[in-house]
Design a protein. Sequence first.
Length: 230
Amino acid sequence: MGRRARATGAWCGIAGPVAFTAAWVAGSLRQPGYSAGQVQISGLAAMDARDPQIMMAGFVGLGICSVAFGTALSRVAAAGTAGPWLITTAGAAVVAAGLFRRDHMLLTGPGFGGESWHNQVHDVVSGVAYGAMVAAPLVLARRLRGNPAWGRLSGPLLVIGLGSAVTLAVFASRAIEPWNPVIQRVAVTLPLGAEVLLAVRLLTLHSRSQPGLTGHADGGGLTEPGRRAG
């Protein structure tokens, strides 16, 4: 992967999470009669939501950017491990979650019948996205530990991964309703923060690399698969 493509992938790792967060903030504020924390993120793109295209664009944008970032990361760090693959898998699942929308903004209500096929697909791909997003920072925290260029991120990634797993478990249990939508936002924002941290580090290493080099930075451990750092 060339320098320009690597830099583009790194910027995608920042742009995707920022755009997604902006989308759910804007979408939350656009729902009449509901506070910003009452509707789950997927509900903001539902058939009966107001301006669902905002959240749909957030899903698709994050997904495409995550695929691009995961691809770039796989070429320079954690090669041969599941970390970058989990990021790209989460990205693909997020795109599907934005295209296969929920039927209703709320999970329960009067007149609700059986779920449509696209609602059922949404639930499945959302589960895949959640699982991959939580697992990615945990896998990368272990893989990058001891790497001279990336090891400083190991601790933060571990904390983020564990925190996301705990908040996602609380969200799934519905133990603190009606605050579940708020917990969901925390559970999603944490792994997106991990993606941004990784992307910033990739950009930092990219800026230090010499123009004539391809695939590795000067002494920083930024390597293509099969190449040794330094």
